[in-house]
Ligand binder design. Structure first.
Ligand SMILES: [Fe+2]
Length: 273
């Protein structure tokens, strides 16, 4: 006798698209890489339940950038969820994607149900004037209060949780990235702590490199960028990204039944040519 197990739900996670409308970026057109990743996902994962974009959707945060993104996302077989990163522009994003959910204060954050899980999407884009370094990120008290309320609500509903934020709340061992992480990571992790048993995984973007680790007892993953990858030791001068490194995205298999594993596959795409 075989035991039938409900199939896991597939969630696609793509990070750091850095689309640019007007000019190439470090000699490449990010749209080529993003188109390639989306085509790969369409071919291999048409059955996915959703696509989540983990921030740095575009490079310059302009409406023209977002219009180019919208064109690439047309007619996809999955609903798309958005996070913002340090290269995004909240007002321009909301102009081009007015249907994207926001919280009561206009931050691009929401809770999305997916099977047994709730996906908590947080907005860590901050005004550079309020940061110690441009390109760092911050949640701040208002957005952390949204997180706390979402966690309490998940407790009441008995839901499993995945939490997504562009800026890593963990030092990943590359000095240039660790200097521009989530400046209030400690407050973020303290907010999560009472709900640890309910949280299956954290996802961060920003790193442009596939990493996995634990922070405060919680597992986290950063997907490779769809567009540009960072070597472990970026060069002291010149462009930090290495065009020889493979692009990628994550396919998360979310368990449909209690006790089944959460599994992440890293789809890696060799550099063109
Ligand atoms: Fe970033």
């Amino acid at each position: 006798m075989t035991t039938e197990r409900a199939a896991p739900l597939k969630l696609l996670v793509m990070a750091d698209l850095h689309l640019r409308a007007e000019r190439p970026l470090h000699g490449i057109d990010p749209a080529t890489s993003v188109t390639r990743a989306l085509a790969h996902a369409r071919r291999h994962h048409p059955d996915a339940a959703a696509l989540l974009l983990l921030g740095d959707l575009v490079h310059d945060g302009t409406e023209a950038d977002y219009r180019r993104l919208a064109a690439l996302l047309q007619d996809l077989p999955w609903p798309v969820h958005f996070l913002l990163g340090n290269h995004d522009g909240r007002a321009a994003f909301r102009t081009v994607f007015p249907e994207a959910p926001v919280d009561g204060a206009g931050f691009v954050q929401s809770v999305q149900p997916l099977g047994r899980h709730r996906l908590i999407l947080l907005d860590s884009l901050e005004d550079p004037a309020r940061l110690p370094r441009r390109h760092a990120g911050r949640l701040g008290p208002e957005r952390l209060a949204f997180l706390a309320a979402a966690l309490d609500e998940a407790d009441r509903a008995g839901a499993r949780l995945l939490v997504f934020v562009h800026h890593p709340a963990a030092a990943i061992g590359i000095a240039g990235i660790d200097a521009i992480g989530l400046v209030d990571a400690d407050a973020f992790l303290a907010t999560l702590a009472p709900h640890r048993a309910r949280i299956d995984h954290l996802f961060f973007g920003h790193v442009h490199r596939a990493t996995t680790g634990t922070v405060s007892g919680l597992p986290f993953t950063t997907p490779a960028s769809t567009t540009m990858q960072l070597p472990f030791q970026p060069p002291a001068r010149g462009p930090a990204h290495d065009p020889q490194l493979p692009a990628g995205y994550v396919v998360a298999l979310l368990p449909a039944v209690s006790g089944a594993p959460l599994v992440l596959h890293h789809e890696m795409l060799l550099p063109a040519g």
